[in-house]
Design a protein around this ligand. Structure first.
Ligand code: HEC
Ligand code: HEC
Length: 175
């Protein structure tokens, strides 16, 4: 009996030891963030005050992510200056415009014809659904503010296109 049991116990202990040793690795892989340089810094730094979904559900360009990090530092986030660039790079690469966003696929919306239709259709759907764009009628001032904000957030439209987009939004979704 004893001679049979000991090897079994030994194997069991070995399995437990191997399992325990691989835990930290599993915890790292399960942080839900895509692999890449900067992932673990982001995973640790950006979950001190809120869940990581604040990051993963958002889509922003490089400059906006940089400002987001500065904003979080002002709110108390502990970020080493040397880590800022690598974090910006990680966030812009994995949570930038055009990276599929979580949640249900937005309903397809056929926009009214007109100059600007193609730009709005292709550019204003990179970070959220078009449903968000057409949901509410807005004044000229509101559209101007929103479109400027979208450009700041990283919407890839040139100043010339901005005017076309504004004319289009005011004509079709103006208050
Ligand atoms: C010291 C606490 C703290 C840390 C650490 C922190 N945040 Fe925040 N974060 C906040 C607070 C507070 C808000 C809510 C701000 C608001 O509602 O205006 C917030 C909100 C956000 C939002 C949502 C903003 C929006 O427009 O919806 C994003 C994105 C975000 N944080 C990203 C980050 C990133 C990236 C990091 C890591 C660099 C980080 N946070 C670390 C405090 C923190
Ligand atoms: C780089 C990513 C990005 C692109 C591209 C983008 N948006 Fe946004 N948009 C956001 C984010 C992030 C929010 C929510 C946070 C905010 O309002 O600051 C948002 C919110 C909105 C809202 C809701 C604002 C409100 O006050 O309720 C409207 C309307 C909107 N976008 C219109 C547009 C239009 C029009 C375009 C094309 C010109 C566009 N978006 C392109 C990121 C983007």
């Amino acid at each position: 009996m004893i001679r049979l049991r000991l090897p079994a116990l030994f194997v069991f202990a070995l399995l437990v030891a191997v399992g325990a040793a691989s835990l930290p690795l599993r915890a790292q892989q399960d942080n839900g963030l895509p692999a890449g340089e900067g992932r673990d810094i982001v995973a640790v730094t950006c979950t001190q005050c809120h869940s990581i979904t604040a990051v993963t559900q958002l889509r922003e360009g490089r400059a906006a992510w940089r400002h987001q990090i500065y904003d979080m530092i002002e709110r108390g986030a502990q970020v080493s200056p040397a880590d800022i660039d690598v974090m910006v790079n990680y966030l812009a690469t994995h949570f930038g415009p055009g990276i599929p966003f979580p949640g249900p696929t937005p309903v397809h919306i056929t926009l009214p014809a007109g100059a600007g239709q193609t730009i709005v259709d292709s550019r204003c759907s990179l970070c959220h659904g078009i449903d968000r764009v057409v949901a509410v009628k807005r004044t000229h001032a509101q559209w101007t503010g929103i479109v400027n904000r979208m450009v700041y957030l990283g919407a890839p439209i040139t100043p010339d296109q901005t005017k076309t987009v504004l004319d289009y939004l005011n004509a079709n979704f103006g208050a």
